[in-house]
Design a protein around this ligand. Structure first.
Ligand code: ATP
Ligand code: ZN
Ligand code: ZN
Length: 807
């Protein structure tokens, strides 16, 4: 029997980023298992922290004094052996702490909250007891820490040995319970009872009648009350009288929208031949447990979702489980409702909109094997599904699959790891695959599957590129060309629907002085402030700084300081003015802030309650509305000029995606793209629906500039409140990298980041581009490790493998 446990503690620092050995107290010897959470003492003093058991040992020759595990927090492991191995790999790959990776993989509810408490350990004065402790034995230190007099009294008591300061670890994993009832008597006994009830005691009679209908069953009190229309009182009385037995049972929290199903998607569709060919290859791999990566390149509206559903169905039929990744659940409620319609109560959905409790419940349903299909966004890649038969990643090119905070993992890489672990296929799908994935498919590392035609057997919608330069010269500043306006009016007359996208990527809505060019910036972050009409303020999107909208230029005192660029509110007003009779739904961060609003607005549009859906890029993805025949992009350009080598790829993806919303069913579609750069190659190739040519052109550019996918990249970022310190640290690192790397490895920088100052810290970065570099990983790990003691206090270092943005 093991007597020692290796524990990873919840102290995320470099020095503590390793397992610590603890003694297992005798009373716990039969219970401890790897993957359970424990509470352990840590450091000097009385600090208690949460930890995870990552290994069990026999005592070796170690004869020093070992601390004991204080308590076990779980009855069964919360981290299984797959997840344990994955967390270790993830920490190594992303240069982050093991403990942070474990927490990233688990629902937040399993991260215990640690609080500091003061506890009475000896007799104390009655006055103190009352005043300080409110007559209980222990108090939360946070409640007194801002009152110096109270703190000094407590410190005095501590010196006298009467109270102790301790850390307490509180598990937040709360299971929700509900009252369940069942009849305690037989049908006949209720019959007899009823004879004794007065005829005007209507509630009692109703209750007894009801109980007779549920003999032998167990029913939640809540449901019983709904069925009978009775309040809780008659039930409580009946429980007291022994007519009903009641117990507390565990129930799952029901997230909003969990019951929405797209009934049309209930049964499998008859596949067309392209879909069938693609599916056959995937099902072969599922059946044979073949760890193959497939790339499904299917144009918009080609029926990729149906292929996903049938592949998942095959995995389930084989007794396995299935995981479907989507970029962002709230933006794509349709796909979720299709999965629910097909697989019913076997489905669990994981996304950021869930409360901690709801997420914990979904996680438990998966972990217990009750949910065998999981749909979710980025972190759902860690869903504790056992026995995976397939992993599918829809819109695999989406950047939201990369987490841009530590641990900086890419869900696609984690998906590859898990698919390999389970010997299962991984299916990546997109209309516009990432260059990384497509080049791997070209090289034969991934198996390419193609759906080149739309399901409705119509061509992709024709795209008109509208040059806005003459338009603006002729008609002054406007968001709508006459072509687009005519088309919108035409759809309105025909009772067809339109989608309009306002591209707000980039720096589009700031205030600029037309006389001196002054731009109002955040005093902390050096980036332009955004105007918010609802609150009449200028806000910083990075740090939240807020100030009033200026009337006069702070620089030259001119009155010509104005809003520059366009917001959805302004476009909405303009459109309503141009088309007073149109019913318009606006969808942007402001109208969708409240929980469930995305779904609600899309539902309204789907039900035909509006003619036009006007939104930011959040409306570009995945929507499938048969009555939409017109798509307009108001400003294709923002985004093309950002200082980022992926800017063209992103613009191509976005414009292709949004164009794909038109003409998906019986009626023909049409697209207008308004631009100030009609000759830009990205826009020209979007117009031709030519992904292949875009891929070829862009690959040449990437090759010439030595960018991915020809090179791998890693970014090292250092920050400090003082610019000098941040810069010095990065120059030192540059030195250290020196000549140790491969000869074709390229080191760029250090340079200040494009946004050099953020939340009052200065950022410097080094970007390394490499092909094969045996030393690099080890060297970076070492640099990270040493940084703890080497640099000035307050300096922070982070390493980002394959960064998605270089801003
Ligand atoms: N074999 C089929 N027969 C008839 N209809 C189909 C078939 N396959 C898919 N569909 C329907 O075609 C429409 C488009 O399919 P789906 O939404 O899966 O496209 P997609 O390839 O995911 O497109 P996008 O990339 O634009 O989201 C859906 O309404 C779907 O129900
Ligand atoms: Zn000015
Ligand atoms: Zn700011």
């Amino acid at each position: 029997m093991a007597e020692l446990a290796q524990v990873i503690v919840d102290v995320p620092t470099l020095q503590t980023n390793r397992p610590y050995t603890y003694q297992i107290p005798e009373r716990l010897e039969n219970q401890v298992q790897v993957g359970m959470r424990v509470i352990v003492p840590f450091g000097n003093g009385h600090r208690k922290v949460q930890g995870f058991i990552v290994g069990l040992d026999q005592p070796s020759d170690y004869d020093g004094h070992l601390k004991k595990i204080t308590a076990l927090m779980d009855l069964t492991p919360v981290v299984n052996s797959e997840m344990l191995a994955l967390s270790k790999w993830l920490a190594d790959q992303t240069y982050s702490f093991w403990i942070s990776c474990l927490y990233t993989m688990l629902p937040n509810a399993l991260k215990a909250k640690s609080t500091r408490v003061v506890r009475i350990i000896d007799d104390i004065d009655e006055n103190d007891r009352q005043l300080l402790f409110n007559n209980v034995d222990q108090l939360d230190y946070a409640s007194v820490q801002d009152h110096p007099e109270l703190v000094s009294r407590l410190l005095k008591l501590r010196r006298q040995g009467k109270v102790s300061f301790e850390y307490q670890v509180n598990d937040r994993a709360r299971v929700k319970t509900a009252v369940q009832i069942e009849p305690a008597l037989s049908f006949e006994q209720y019959e007899n009872l009823r004879d004794g009830i007065r005829s005007n005691a209507k509630n009692q009679l109703r209750l007894v009648n009801y109980l007779q209908t549920i003999i032998g069953k167990k029913v939640l009190l809540k449901e019983a009350r709904q069925s009978t229309g009775l309040s809780a009182a008659p039930f409580t009385q009946a429980i007291k009288k022994g007519w009903i037995k009641s117990t507390n049972v565990e129930v799952y929290r029901q997230p909003i929208g969990a019951d929405i199903q797209d009934q049309a998607a209930r049964n499998p569709l008859q596949l067309n031949s392209d879909q069938q060919t693609a599916l056959d290859q995937v099902t072969d791999a599922i059946d044979q447990g073949h760890n193959q990566v497939f790339l499904l390149e299917g144009v918009t509206g080609s029926g990729k979702t149906e292929v996903y559903l049938q592949a998942m169905s095959r995995a389930l039929k084989n007794g396995k489980t299935a995981l479907l990744m989507v970029p962002e659940i709230s933006l794509t409620p349709q796909i979720v409702s299709r999965v629910r319609a097909r697989f019913g109560s076997q489905v669990a959905v994981l996304h950021s909109g869930l409360s901690a409790g709801e997420r914990y419940d979904e996680w438990r349903r998966i972990e217990r094997g009750e949910a065998r299909v999981v749909v979710g966004a980025r972190s759902a890649i860690f869903a504790p599904l056992d026995n995976l038969g397939i992993i599918i990643m829809d819109e695999e090119h989406e950047t939201s699959y990369k987490q841009d905070d530590t641990p900086r993992y890419h869900a696609r890489e984690v998906a590859k790891w898990r698919a390999h672990y389970h010997q299962a296929p991984l299916l990546l799908g997109s209309a516009t695959p990432s260059l990384e994935s497509y080049s791997r498919a070209m090289a034969g590392n991934y198996q390419l599957l193609r759906l080149p035609h739309r399901v409705n057997q119509k061509p992709l919608p024709p795209i008109d590129v509208v040059d806005m330069r003459p338009e603006v010269q002729r008609r002054g500043e406007t968001s709508f060309s006459s072509e687009l306006l005519t088309a919108l009016k035409d759809r309105l007359a025909k009772h067809e629907q339109s989608i309009l996208m306002l591209n707000r990527r980039g720096f589009s809505s700031f205030i600029m002085c037309r006389d001196c060019g002054f731009v109002l910036k955040c005093p902390n972050c050096d980036i332009s402030l955004t105007m918010h009409l609802d609150s009449h303020t200028m806000k910083c999107h990075y740090c939240g700084h807020e100030e009033p909208i200026p009337n006069i230029c702070p620089n030259c005192h001119s009155r010509h300081i104005r809003y520059y660029g366009t917001g959805t509110e302004k476009v909405m007003a303009e459109l309503q003015h141009l088309m007073p009779e149109a019913r318009i739904i606006r969808m942007d961060v402001d109208t969708t802030r409240r929980k469930g609003m995305h779904q609600k607005l899309l539902q309204q549009f789907g039900d035909g309650q509006a003619d036009i859906l006007l939104g930011t890029q959040m409306i570009a993805k995945g929507l499938d509305f048969p009555n939409v025949t017109l798509v307009g992009v108001l400003n294709a350009d923002t985004g093309l000029d950002l200082p980022d080598f992926r800017a063209s790829e992103r613009t191509f993806d976005l414009l292709s995606q949004v164009s794909g919303r038109a003409g998906r069913a019986q009626k023909n579609g049409q697209v207008f793209i308004q631009t100030f750069n009609p000759d830009n190659y990205v826009i020209k190739l979007v117009q031709k629906h030519n992904y292949q040519q875009f891929f070829n052109t862009e690959m040449q550019i990437r090759q010439m500039a030595s960018y991915p996918p020809y090179y791998y990249t890693v970014r090292i970022m250092g920050s400090h409140r003082e610019e000098r310190v941040a810069a010095k640290m990065m120059y030192d690192i540059r030195q250290e990298l020196g000549n140790q790397l491969a000869s074709d490895t390229i080191i760029l920088g250090p340079t200040p980041r494009a946004i050099a100052r953020l939340k009052d810290r200065y950022y410097y970065q080094i970007v390394i581009k490499y092909r094969h570099d045996n030393k690099l990983h080890e060297l970076l790990t070492q640099i990270m490790q040493e940084s703890q003691n080497k640099y000035q206090r307050g300096a922070e270092l982070s390493i980002d493998p394959e960064p998605q943005y270089f801003l």
